[in-house]
Design a protein around this ligand. Structure first.
Ligand code: CO
Length: 158
């Protein structure tokens, strides 16, 4: 087990397209375990493999403390519906957070560490986490999609 270094900001690897996972072996299980440890250590709710320098279509997430972390491999968006705007941040983007529009409800197909296929339906916060992490697999960061801040009364008065 090991904590991995999270790639940040202008690191060019964050803009690369990750490749499908084809070997469902012990090495992959070890990588998943290290990614989960790193995500928890960094207090993130999701982490894509590219963020620790591995161009594999693989992500981990942990929506709720104590629920247990999950591993998603080769995810594909099957269906999406609705739109919700909310704030996001990213372990790879320092000192920035902002509003991003994401689908309200998604269905993805993915593989587990044994290479078995599953469907997962997710909505709201979990749909947001999965869309954010799946974007990483295509070299997309949330700052690419960030909406301008709404003008608040406080801002108008200042
Ligand atoms: Co991120």
């Amino acid at each position: 087990m090991a904590l991995l270094t999270v790639r940040k900001d202008d690191d060019p690897i964050l803009r690369k397209i990750s490749k499908p996972v084809t070997a469902f072996d012990e090495k992959l299980k070890d990588l998943a375990q290290d990614m989960i440890e790193t995500m928890i250590h960094e207090e993130g709710v999701g982490l894509a493999a590219v963020q620790i320098g591995k161009l594999k279509r693989m992500l981990v997430y942990d929506q709720y403390e104590g629920e247990g972390s999950k591993v998603i491999i080769n995810p594909v968006m099957v269906d999406q519906e609705g739109a919700v705007i909310d704030y996001e941040a990213c372990l790879s983007v320092t000192e920035t957070f902002g509003r991003v529009e994401r689908p309200e409800h998604i269905r993805i197909r993915y593989q587990n560490l044994q290479g078995e296929f599953f469907d997962l339906e997710a909505e709201s916060a979990l749909a947001r986490i999965l869309c954010h992490e799946m974007d990483h697999l295509d070299g997309v960061l949330f700052i690419d999609k960030m909406l301008p801040e709404p003008e608040t009364e406080a801002a108008e008065q200042a």
